[in-house]
Design a protein around this ligand. Structure first.
Ligand SMILES: [Zn+2]
Length: 292
């Protein structure tokens, strides 16, 4: 599959563009009728002729809008159960269920194409997960997890992005390897021979990706505020391997702590998993950079 083949244009039109296009049509129609009136006024002096009937104005050609690609990654799976709760809940079961529910809500939206890294209990390496996001050139990669901590009182949802240090370091390392060309080609569709140019582009891309991920993180936290129990300081950053694709804005959501009895109880209830999936799906729709 070619790098961007997943992003075939669809003939759906965003509401914003529809309004814009409609506004143009209205302006065009007004301009046309004003012109007709002017022509009539100048001829009315010399002869009593009927004003020309305005012809119907052709609607401007609509430009297709590409949908946004969201890759949802259910953490762990197969031989890797992830965190194990106080009452024995396996993280991989919780993450798969929530991920599938988020995907089923988002894929009903014309403006999104949603892909899951796994839709059953299989094992995927962290590298595989990142590679799947990159193969779709995703606009956002969301890895779903449930936390565990030695402090049994720790509870609530938190969202991670790649730490600045880790991001810079990774971009630097990547810029020194052959992968650099791969990344640049994935983002810009360019094959660059000049190492300095591609290094600068790599750096800029990593920064832009990190900022977009941060914006997504803060936007989701804002959307969830007072609707779901959040960790004391829910916006976090860490050096997670699954967040390292330099051109894909990536976030990792810890939906709660399986090491906390109350959180585990919440995450084992299907109705509560449905609720958090609905809240997260709505929060993703509210992310400004994903609005078309
Ligand atoms: Zn996990």
């Amino acid at each position: 599959m070619s790098k961007n083949s997943g992003k075939n244009l669809q003939n759906n039109l965003s509401r914003r563009q529809f309004v814009k296009t409609s506004a143009c049509a209205v302006c065009f129609a007004l301009a046309a009728s004003a012109f007709s009136f002017k022509a009539f006024a100048s001829t009315a002096v010399t002869a009593k002729v009927k004003p020309p009937v305005p012809k119907s104005v052709p609607f401007p050609v609509r430009k297709p809008i590409p949908p946004k690609y969201i890759v949802i990654d259910a953490g762990h799976g197969g031989k890797d159960p992830g965190a194990i709760g106080v009452k024995g809940t396996h993280e991989k079961i919780v993450t798969l269920d929530i991920s599938k529910k988020i995907a089923s809500i988002l894929e009903k939206q014309d403006s999104f194409v949603v892909k899951l890294t796994r839709d059953n209990d299989t094992y995927l390496s962290l590298k595989d997960r990142v590679q799947i996001a990159r193969s779709y050139n995703a606009d956002l990669f969301i890895s779903i997890h449930a936390d565990s901590a030695p402090n049994k009182k720790a509870s609530g949802l938190s969202i991670y992005t790649l730490s600045e240090e880790a991001s810079d370091d990774f971009a630097k390392k990547l810029a020194e390897t052959e992968n650099r060309a791969d990344v640049i080609e994935n983002i810009l569709g360019l094959q660059l021979e000049n190492k300095n140019v591609s290094s600068i582009l790599m750096d800029m891309t990593a920064k832009h990706t990190r900022n977009t991920a941060k914006q997504a993180k803060m936007s989701i936290i804002q959307s969830l505020n007072k609707k779901w129990d959040l960790f004391d300081s829910p916006a976090k950053s860490a050096n997670f391997a699954v967040l390292r694709a330099p051109e894909i804005p990536s976030i990792l959501i810890e939906t709660g702590f399986l090491s906390n009895i109350k959180d585990e109880q919440i995450l084992t209830q299907a109705a509560q998993r449905k609720k958090i999936a609905e809240l997260l799906a709505q929060s993703v729709m509210n992310i400004p950079v994903l609005k078309v």
